[in-house]
Design a protein around this ligand. Structure first.
Ligand SMILES: Cc1cc2nc3c(=O)[nH]c(=O)nc-3n(C[C@H](O)[C@H](O)[C@H](O)COP(=O)(O)OP(=O)(O)OC[C@H]3O[C@@H](n4cnc5c(N)ncnc54)[C@H](O)[C@@H]3O)c2cc1C
Length: 446
């Protein structure tokens, strides 16, 4: 055998060894969950991750406080979810109904706080759930929250408030959110279905749950091309030119990365997927988290929604932590404000205005002096995330189903954007990992 033949044989053997059953693109919770399940079903799996860390939009900061601060997903929004169970089985202690905790709203007419219950009792004209209940069947998915407030002639009075309440929570502007879509989701959850882990972070949960597949991750490996033109093998190219081959591939990247065409598909994706990618809205989010010298809020303070302020939604991240733990509040920011605070000077200015507001609301003028430190985690500037999470779309049709549909039983699509009712959440992303596990296993059943 001449040298060339010998080299050919060697590279063929290496080539064969490098053929995976499945390549998972993205090491967020959805990708890791599928990889873990399939490795347990004896699949040979490779995980390609663009960044130098796993977890994606689940991340923690261990420097701000004496507990791990959730800089990405924080609350578990659905008790009856597989993720809730997974977290518990990994040792998470979860406070499910945050007992006796109080949601406050800034009083619309005076600089005071009022409980959410009292607010809706005193101002029923602003209770759009109550108003919409009677019209639910006639309401179209195309009506945004902003449109709805305008139709009821209350946008001028409470538009900013609803931006702070529903816009912020849903990760975008109320002009882009389907009001009926929000109510569909509300039907699923029980009132106050907000849970917090007290003794560990979501990052710790996924580290523990999927620790067995972390060594399969190839970091700093952004996928730039997926060639599925060959009927047998899919060729996945990463930025440095290396090619990985597999029988099947699962794509879990944030939808921003499909919208910006940073991954070339050969052949191009079918029209219904392209339409879905275009239609599903991806918001912009970031979290400002502050450490204070002492707790100036009452023990039961859960969160506050401001009536007409840039920092509309702030909650108590220390609520499940005893007094020996740091005193942390978190403000969620979306769209323009989230982008604005990336600039440190602007951020300091806005924080100062915000603290003066809190001083008035909590009737404690010392509050601005109690701030010790803060961090901002912006996701719009994080390469390969570039946004926050998907939002309850206007023109709600079947786009998420189209996105989640397997292609030729070889290309699979997961991640929070593919979950029909639980999108934009940790438990929805996890659920998508379970759904795609099933799809892949079924596709290989003889
Ligand atoms: C500020 C903020 C607050 C949130 N708060 C909550 C909350 O309180 N409760 C809740 O339930 N949910 C919350 N979420 C949403 C939740 O965090 C996400 O829905 C969930 O973590 C998404 O998981 P995923 O696996 O779908 O995607 P991701 O976690 O985004 O994982 C996708 C991975 O793909 C990688 N990637 C991207 N491009 C490429 C490429 N070309 N090649 C290879 N890899 C690539 C990314 O780097 C990333 O690691 C929040 C999100 C944000 C941003």
């Amino acid at each position: 055998m001449d040298l060339n033949q010998q080299l050919n044989n060697i590279s063929l053997k290496q080539g064969e060894e490098d053929i995976y059953d499945l390549i998972v693109i993205g090491s967020g919770i959805s990708g890791l969950a599928t990889a873990h399940n399939l490795v347990n079903n004896n699949y040979k799996v490779k995980i390609l991750e663009a960044r130098s860390v796993y977890g994606g939009r689940i991340s923690k900061n261990e420097n701000l406080a004496n507990f791990a601060v959730e800089t990405g997903g924080e609350e578990i929004h659905l008790r009856k979810s597989a993720y809730f169970q997974l977290a518990q089985s990994m040792g998470a202690e979860i406070i499910s109904e945050i007992k006796h905790s109080v949601y406050f709203i800034e009083h619309p007419e005076k600089e005071e706080m009022i409980t959410e219950d009292d607010f809706f009792e005193q101002f029923p004209q602003y209770d759009i759930w109550e108003i919409a209940e009677k019209e639910y069947d006639q309401l179209s998915f195309d009506v945004s929250i902003k449109d709805y407030l305008e139709q009821k002639n209350i946008y001028q009075q409470c538009g900013k408030f609803y931006q702070n309440l529903l816009g912020t929570e849903n990760g975008t502007l109320i002009s882009k959110i389907s009001w009926k879509g929000v109510q569909e989701y509300d039907k699923l959850v029980e009132k106050s279905d907000h849970s917090m882990i007290t003794n560990m972070s979501h990052y710790d949960v996924i580290t523990k749950a999927f620790g067995d597949v972390l060594h399969l991750i190839e970091y700093n490996s952004p996928v730039s091309k997926i060639d599925y033109s060959d009927q047998k093998l899919i060729k996945v190219t990463i930025k440095d030119g290396r090619i990985f081959q597999a029988k099947q591939a699962l794509i879990t990247v944030p939808i921003s990365q499909l919208k910006n065409n940073s991954i070339e598909f050969v052949p191009a994706l079918p029209q219904n997927k392209l339409d879905a990618i275009k239609t599903i809205n991806f918001g912009t989010s970031g979290k400002l988290q502050y450490r204070f010298k002492e707790r100036f809020w009452p023990e039961n303070f859960n969160s506050i929604i401001l009536w007409d302020h840039d920092f509309g939604m702030t909650w108590n991240s220390s609520i499940c932590k005893d007094k020996s733990k740091s005193n942390i509040l978190t403000t969620l920011l979306v769209e323009d404000v989230a982008n604005k605070v990336e600039d440190e000077q602007v951020r300091k200015q806005l924080i100062s205005t915000f603290l003066k507001k809190l001083a008035k609301l909590f009737k404690n003028e010392k509050i601005p002096e109690l701030l010790e430190d803060h961090i901002y985690t912006g996701y719009s500037t994080k390469e390969y995330i570039e946004g926050g999470y998907t939002t309850p779309n206007l023109h709600w049709t079947k786009e998420r189903k189209d996105l989640a549909e397997p292609l030729q039983n070889r290309l699979f699509f997961g991640g929070e954007a593919t979950s029909i009712l639980n999108h934009s959440t940790i438990h929805g992303a996890y659920e998508s990992g379970l759904v795609q596990t099933e799809n892949i296993l079924l596709s290989n059943k003889k």
